[in-house]
Design a protein around this ligand. Structure first.
Ligand SMILES: Nc1ncnc2c1ncn2[C@@H]1O[C@H](COP(=O)(O)OP(=O)(O)O)[C@@H](O)[C@H]1O
Ligand SMILES: [Mg+2]
Length: 246
């Protein structure tokens, strides 16, 4: 498989804090990889860099052969990277259908039409029948599904999920995990997933990139990550991933 994303030497500083420090990794087209790391490790900042929300101070981010540094977020979405957020951010006052249609505005109208496209994605994430509900009134688990449908509406090649299991109970996590696996299998999308809920996470991903204090400390298959000395060390001292809040 060829690389869809190549991150080389990317650094982001906030004043004296180096939130992402000389990080390099690549993603093969079609893989489902995970980002692991304690709170404050720089995971969300990395997503903000990949999506153009914030500019990198150093390094290069190449997506499908094109440099992303300096490219605006809306152009990056159009190029094929979309994301969900750590805290659900539905468009308040809009229905489920409208939320998904807004996600689709990043691209030209598909042959089936914007409405049909949105309905199909809503069905794909298991929200059929809830099209007219105000998004913010839905149960949190459904909001997580909506976020995924809205991200898919932009027809991404690379889907970035930021703690999709946060705030969910264990049965909801198992269902959402199955949904992500299904979407990956059906679409062949490249998926990158940030999570702390290690049990489902390790079953879902084929590879884990571990960050600590902004640095990449390991990049390996899940079986070896769980015993990797630097990963184990990063989680000692209260940072127990299974119980971490957000
Ligand atoms: N916009 C910002 N301004 C200043 N500091 C930030 C900003 N965003 C993140 N940080 C800091 O960068 C570090 C990494 O944050 P973040 O990427 O959100 O971590 P994670 O998602 O791994 O929990 C933290 O110390 C955080 O406080
Ligand atoms: Mg985060």
């Amino acid at each position: 498989m060829s690389a869809i994303l190549e991150v080389s030497g990317v650094t982001k500083r906030f004043g004296g804090l180096v939130a992402v420090n000389d990080v390099s990794f690549s993603l093969a087209a079609g893989e489902i990889a995970g980002i692991l790391g304690p709170n404050g490790a720089g995971k969300t900042t990395l997503y903000n860099l990949l999506t153009g929300f914030i500019p990198a101070d150093e390094g290069s981010i190449v997506f499908q052969g094109r440099q992303l540094r300096g490219v605006s977020p809306h152009r990056i979405v159009r190029m094929g990277i979309s994301r969900t957020f750590q805290l659900c951010r539905p468009f308040v006052g809009m229905s489920v259908l409208e939320n998904v249609k807004v996600g689709g505005l990043a691209q030209p109208a598909p042959p089936e039409g914007r409405d049909a496209h949105a309905h199909r994605l809503i069905a794909q994430v298991g929200l059929s029948g809830k099209e007219d509900m105000p998004a913010e009134l839905m149960a949190y688990g459904d909001q997580r599904r909506l976020e995924i449908a809205r991200a898919l509406a932009a027809s991404p090649k690379l889907l970035l999920l930021d703690e999709p299991f946060a705030g969910l109970g264990s049965s909801e996590i198992a269902e959402l995990s199955a949904l992500i696996r299904q979407i990956h299998a059906d679409t062949g999308l490249t998926v990158l997933l940030i999570e702390h809920k290690l049990h489902e996470f390790m079953k879902l991903v084929n590879r884990v990139i571990a960050l600590d204090f902004g640095e990449l400390i390991a990049d390996d298959v899940p079986e070896r990550i769980v015993t990797h000395p630097r990963v184990v060390e990063a989680y000692i001292g209260g940072n127990v991933p299974e119980t971490e809040a957000a």
